[in-house]
Design a protein around this ligand. Sequence first.
Ligand code: OXD
Ligand code: MN
Length: 594
Amino acid sequence: MASKLEAFTHWVNEVAALTRPAKIHWCDGSDAEYQTLVQQMLADGTLIELNQQTHPGCYLHRSHPSDVARVEHLTFVCHPDEQDAGPNNHWMDPAAAHAKIDALFDGCMEGRTMYVIPYCMGPIDSPLARCGVEITDSPYVVANMKIMTRMGAAAQARIEREGKFIKGLHSTGELDPERRFIMHFPAELSIKSYGSGYGGNALLGKKCHALRIASHQARSEGWLAEHMLIVGIENPQGETHYVAAAFPSACGKTNLAMLIPPEGYRQDGWKVWTVGDDICWMRPGADGRLYAINPEAGFFGVAPGTSDSTNPNALKSIARDTIFTNVAVTTDNQPWWEGLPGTPVTDWQGRPYDAANGAAAHPNSRFTVSAKQCPTWSEMAEAAQGVPISAIVFGGRRPSLLPLVMEARDWNHGVLMGAAMGSETTAAATGAVGVLRRDSMAMKPFCGYHYGDYFAHWLSLDQPGAKLPKIFHVNWFRKGKDGKFLWPGFGDNLRVLEWMINRVEDRVDGTETPIGILPADGELKLDGLKLDPAQLDELLDVDNAGWQNELAAIGEYLQSFTPRLPERLHQEQQRVAKALDDADAQPRREATAH
Ligand code: OXD
Ligand code: MN
């Protein structure tokens, strides 16, 4: 029988035979290797040096203008049985998918270097972590993987010890949108990606491994792989509660993960600790609580909108040793995007800036930076056992109806809240922006199997002995009649997190409504905030008729997952719908009595 290492080298040789590179480079993950790659990319124009006085170690990459976001319509989950992919995924038969994409890989690395990247998702010694190997012909991908994962020798040693790893094959190919596919083979623990060099399409450890493949593995192994940030909230008594929160792409996960407490809170001694900004792997511990790790080691954050007023911690993190992708630059060669002071002279495509061409930075332009550069980075991000999660939060961009915050009355209700999540689309994926789409648990683009089975898996965590976190839903994006946001958001979101923690600690009672538990009068701490009482009323208003329509729409959406929709979830939707109908009947009865 082949040794564990032989199985690894056998696969690398097979890939080399197919792609026929001029050279093979086994990445060791060292800083020297990173510097050599940077020099090579500066020499061939893949990277452009930014102002080294203001931004030491920072570089700009301009992607192909047709390759600027994840391509959900070209992303496939190839289960042997189509039914297992569910209506939430594009499916292709595995044999047909291999044949299609292998034809593209055939000889695609001729004259190029093939890089072999062993990486570990999660702290290298964590039992929750998982390893993978990405083979790519893109040095830009290698440099990003060095920042985003624990990459190189230590990961290789773990792979040699365990013998199990996710196989990821990537080539930028010709960057032709007609020859672009992102294929996942969950049963084979493998990924093949061709024709894109961008973010989630190309850095295979991120969405492909840590969400699509991992969510499938997690189901069979009894854990969760989620599109969630992880943040620690430390109160003045020095107690820290960890919160995991799922929002769709570009809805402020990075901002919440790096939140700066409002002035009064800071004076009182509140602190916020960043564990992760995008992905969370959670597993029940021996004490029944859920323990979470951030499988990533860096942030691949959306640049536009990141500023001193929205996220000063992110801005501090990216002042050095950062790769910027598709941002604009200023006269003195500093990175620039909408929301920053100063003026752009060159846009994201390298053209002289002209407002007639649209935004100077691409709306999905990004920064790649090590998490350790974040001023609020938590040392617990390296804890092998992960951090215990006190609360799970779901949320999206909902200009109306959804209150600022509501708590699920129990786990079933919380799973319904997550399943029902909706949000206006953003620029993180190609397609129309600003359209309401259901995005259960913010996993629509990332759940590697049938959503019906996924909901059932979530429900199955509620077992005897489980001490599950409370579940909440938030909406920072509700607008008033004037079209303006009602809630200031950003640092002030801590006020909402504090209320959640008070609920977890049973310090406040909240008020029961048909849609969940909302803050009772006076429970949200608002000192130091200029918020009109009418604004607060609107933020916490429950519009019964609007909610009845919403529940009907949720019911219809859930039905799209039959026959795999868990009956328990259907019953939960019916329960809430009935509670709304009962509440509706109540005032009318009173009215007739008068
Ligand atoms: C991301 C995304 O890059 O969700 O995190 O698109
Ligand atoms: Mn994301």
